[in-house]
Ligand binder design. Structure first.
Ligand code: HEC
Length: 155
């Protein structure tokens, strides 16, 4: 009987922790002055991009105007949630290693499909070149432009 009670106690404390975690993820108002969110769970969606989508190269990879164009689109459509310069706000920072290390095709896939149940809208209404411009802009925030090697999908 004691063992039963102990097991029950472990279970309930576990449930407590999950509830707290769930709540911290759904709250859309981060505390004032909070550091950008770096919770890896937020970015798990990028890992779900199918192989084929992930492998797609950015057709605008060498377009010199794509980053600036993407920056303007970002201001118009994304900054309200992801913050100025994608540093995070209502939505997560896009400067996190999980995003910067993701294949361009994976980010494009997220823009095309959204993560609707978690508040990230679908952007398929933006023409494909604009989505690729946004990918270039996001990738430009994390240091030097990706080489063919670093943008290849991770094993
Ligand atoms: C209405 C608010 C909102 C807008 C507008 C918005 N996003 Fe998001 N975005 C989110 C939220 C919330 C998440 C986190 C989703 C999750 O937990 O997986 C997210 C996640 C992402 C991610 C990471 C994917 C992941 O794994 O979650 C990328 C990349 C992204 N957004 C890009 C953009 C771009 C580019 C735009 C503009 C075209 C944009 N977002 C507009 C709310 C928004």
């Amino acid at each position: 009987m004691k063992a039963m009670a102990a097991a029950l106690a472990v279970c309930t404390s576990f449930i407590g922790v999950s509830v707290v975690l769930a709540q911290s993820q759904t709250s859309d108002k981060p505390p004032v002055g909070a550091a950008p969110k770096y919770d890896p769970a937020i970015y798990a969606e990028l890992q779900k991009a199918p192989e084929k989508a992930r492998k797609r190269g950015n057709p605008l990879q060498n377009d010199p105007d794509a980053v600036a164009a993407g920056g303007i689109l970002f201001e118009q459509h994304c900054a309200e949630c992801h913050g100025d310069g994608a540093r995070g706000g209502k939505g997560p920072s896009l400067r996190a290693a999980e995003v910067q290390g993701a294949a361009p095709g994976a980010i494009f896939w997220i823009l095309t499909n959204g993560v609707v149940r978690k508040g990230m809208p679908v952007w398929s209404k933006l023409p494909e070149p604009q989505r690729w411009q946004l990918v270039r802009y996001i990738k430009s925030l994390g240091g030097p432009a990706p080489t063919a090697e670093s943008s290849a999908p991770k094993p």
